[in-house]
Design a binder for this molecule. Structure first.
Ligand code: HDD
Length: 750
């Protein structure tokens, strides 16, 4: 063995080569002529274009049938393994020095398991943290073809979608039914690139300029000292902000209206808020506002229901969406656009289209349907899909472009930026739910969580080494075109256009468009929220804002707060109401509504099975409520008197109810004046009386009629007692079309 000699030889030989190179006149030596280029210089033909850059077998799972996993990291096989695939014998005992320990550092399975667990959580969204999602399909009607070249809107074209609904203010674990704006974000996986319509259930926003977004959110989130209240706007900092930044008054009134407490995600409208610019194949442009119209109509909870649900079922909206989809009652919306001419002024009927605190009333520009969305599949894994989905208002396919709305312009920055922290780096579009379904051929490389194995050596343009790939696309290849809008020549300024100064006219428009009962709810909501503020000055300042909207509104809220109503400081706007803004007075399909059916096991279940089947056949959900679980007369019981609460039901049918059990709680919740000791189980009386208070349709037949009599509700509007079970159901179904029986409570005209 002569290792030392061999090493020495190698070192000497290398030194000799270096010496040769550094010898004057040797090629490459300083001051010498450049060496001949070693690489071939003769051009070669272009390489074949690169394939799609998705990692192998990891195309977005959205096309997969329910339950199937097509993701690379889906669980496989029968045996428990480490993350590296080694089979494990035991995962319940750490490796210890004898049964009494201590644990050995060498226990690699223990360390892997605990380390992974320690890092399972990612930061929740800074806003819209609480949400739920679903997969679905969008079908274009073709009606938008004259105004946009976006291919997914072509007649009959089907595009897969993922939708995430959310509240804005609450943390990830907060209740669904709080008073708040709701997010309605849709990812269209179009074959020309992903389109994200990041919408809300209200058509206006709190602020006109994105630079104020941190401020409004700081004001709306819990107070920084005690971190309360959670998921609420009923506190001082929120009302401090919105009464000082009066541009927020329009959005605030939407929040105080019934729109702030939707009955279901399935029964919400959605709005793109901003004005967008569409461009057609000829390069012609129009301005549009996007609207989602729910097939089931717009419906809301009552405030008491919303509050009860916060305790009884904080996941109410999430459960409702999942239950409906899993039962096959697929929620549907029509996508529509208000089409407005693209003029240099960017106004319509005197309304500044760049001001996100303004709507264009539907009576002035009708919403024209362009496609239909159906949600038909719930996510397989909440974290992988709903939590990791990342929307961005800048995800636009050719044919849809932005405008200069200063709120939208700021959003174009924020949505990618936030994912860098939330999803841990710049490669979040490789997460399965975020992967485009269009082929991707970008020149983005490396970074945290890179999953693609990129081929080629030249991720830059132009290049000669990868055959010039990738090539820029032209019009004929469907490239995205930035509409060459002329930018105004004006001095730089931190300022708004003067038209943004009108903060009250459309708040008044909204107020005047409401029915009497909706106005009553608005008055109560303001009174409640301001009543929760500690600072008198804030209440007074908000009353001063309401005085600029409407004197009756202001006087009613002031009376509730025990304060004088101030005089307006600006003239009341002369505006025409927009009936389309009211959600009362129309009729909608009762599909997917829940009908509770109370039965008395002792009185038998005559006609109950038939009614149950009829409810189901009408596309609604029947839930049988009995004193105990199991079955009654062979019919399965879905809710007991202990687990059922009125807030779950859209209507109630009573076939009978037993007398209270000897050990039942006293009827302390029953309506004052109810006959006592109760002839009917007090939990049933409470059920009936809550349904009645919440303006729900109530029906009874047979022994059930006596139950309604005990509850003291017979003879009032929307209560049908007598006839057969079928009669009661038919009457209740008719009432459900209007959602609530508001005639029960004649509202005081406001
Ligand atoms: Fe936003 C999330 C809707 C203004 C910054 N926004 C977010 C979501 C919705 C909206 C629905 C939840 C998306 C999801 O489910 O993942 N946002 C809106 C609407 C706005 C609006 C309709 C006004 C018309 N947003 C807005 C502004 C800014 C942001 C002005 C910042 C300047 N929004 C964000 C964000 C979020 C977000 C911080 C948090 C999580 C995320 O983006 O992905 O970037």
């Amino acid at each position: 063995r002569k290792p030392a000699k061999a090493v020495k030889d190698v070192v000497e030989a290398a030194a000799g080569k270096v010496a040769d190179v550094l010898t004057p006149d040797a090629p490459g030596a300083p001051g010498s002529a450049p060496p001949p280029v070693a690489e071939p210089t003769t051009p070669h033909g272009p390489l074949p274009p690169k394939g799609e850059q998705g990692a192998p077998g990891t195309r977005s799972p959205t096309g997969a049938p329910t339950g199937a996993s097509t993701t690379a990291n889906g669980q496989q096989g029968t045996y428990l393994t480490t993350s590296q695939g080694a089979r494990l014998r035991d995962t319940d005992h750490s490796l210890k020095a004898g049964p009494r320990g201590p644990i050995l550092l060498q226990d690699h399975h223990f360390r892997e398991k605990i380390t992974h667990f320690d890092h399972e959580r990612i930061p929740e969204r800074v806003v819209h943290a609480r949400g739920t999602g679903a997969h679905g399909v969008f079908v274009g009607y073709g009606t938008a073809e004259p105004i946009t070249r976006a291919g997914f809107l072509a007649k009959g074209r089907e595009t897969e979608v993922f939708v995430r609904f959310s509240t804005v203010l609450g943390s990830r674990g907060s209740a669904d039914t709080v008073r708040d704006t709701r997010g309605f974000a849709t990812k269209f996986y179009t074959d020309e690139g992903t389109f994200d319509l990041v919408a809300n259930n209200m058509p206006v926003f709190f602020i006109q300029d994105a630079i104020k977004f941190p401020d409004i959110i700081h004001a709306g989130k819990p107070h920084p000292d005690r971190e309360i209240p959670q998921a609420q706007s009923a506190h001082d900092t929120f009302w401090d902000f919105v009464s000082l930044h009066t541009e927020a008054q329009h959005h605030t009134m939407w929040n105080m209206s019934d729109r702030g407490i939707p009955r279901s995600y399935r029964m919400m409208e959605g709005f793109g808020v901003h004005t967008f610019r569409l461009v057609n194949a000829a390069g012609e442009t129009v301005l549009v506002k996007f609207h989602w119209k729910p097939q089931l109509g717009v419906h809301s909870l009552t405030w008491e229901e919303a509050q009860l649900l916060g305790g009884v079922d904080p996941d109410f909206h999430r459960r409702d969406l999942y239950d409906a989809i899993e039962a096959g009652a697929y929620p549907e919306w029509e996508l529509g656009v208000q089409v407005l001419p693209d003029t240099p002024e960017e106004t319509f009927a005197g309304i500044d289209l760049l001001d996100p605190t303004k709507i264009v009333p539907e009576e002035l520009a009708p919403v024209q349907p362009i496609g239909r969305l159906t949600l038909n599949r719930t996510p397989t894994n909440f974290f992988a899909e709903t939590e990791q989905v990342a929307f961005h208002v800048g995800h636009l396919p050719p044919g849809i472009d932005v405008t200069n709305d200063p709120l939208l312009q700021g959003r174009l920055f924020s949505y990618v930026d936030t994912q860098l922290t939330r999803l841990g780096g710049p490669n979040f579009s490789q997460i399965p739910v975020n992967r485009p379904h269009a082929p991707v051929n970008d020149m983005l490389r490396d970074g945290f969580h890179q999953q693609a194995v990129h081929a080629g050596v030249a991720p830059y343009r132009p290049n000669s080494l990868d055959g010039g790939n990738p090539f820029p696309a032209g019009d004929a290849e469907g490239a995205f075109v930035d509409v060459p809008v002329t930018v105004a020549q004006a001095p730089k300024a931190r300022a708004n256009p003067a038209s943004f100064d009108d903060h009250f006219s459309q708040v008044r428009l909204f107020w005047l468009s409401m029915s009497a009962v909706e106005r009553e709810h608005i008055v109560r909501a303001y009174t409640f929220e301001l009543g929760k503020c500690y600072h008198q000055a804030i209440r007074e300042r908000q009353l001063a804002c309401l005085a600029n909207v409407d004197p009756v509104l202001c006087a009613q809220v002031a009376a509730g707060l025990g304060l004088p109503a101030p005089e307006p400081t600006v003239p009341l706007a002369d505006v025409a109401p927009s009936p389309a803004l009211s959600q009362v007075g129309r009729e909608w399909p009762a599909d997917g509504r829940t009908v509770g059916i109370v039965v008395d096991p002792d009185a038998g279940v005559d006609g109950v099975g038939q009614v149950q089947r009829a409810v189901f056949a009408a596309g609604m959900v029947p839930l049988l409520i009995a004193p105990h679980g199991g079955t009654v007369g062979g019919l399965p019981v879905q809710r007991t008197f202990a687990t059922g609460r009125s807030v779950e039901f859209d209507a109630l049918l009573v076939a009978g109810a037993p007398a209270p059990a000897p050990d039942a709680l006293p009827a302390r919740d029953a309506k004052a004046g109810a006959p006592g000791p109760a002839a009917v189980d007090p939990r049933v009386l409470l059920l009936v009386q809550e349904c009645w208070r919440h303006a729900k349709a109530i029906g009874a037949w047979g022994p059930g009629v006596a139950v309604l009599e005990s509850a003291g509700v017979v003879g009032t509007p929307g209560v049908v007692a007598g006839g057969s079970g079928d009669d009661a159901l038919a009457a209740v179904q008719r009432l459900l079309a209007a959602h609530r029986v508001w005639e029960r409570f004649p509202a005081s005209p406001a």
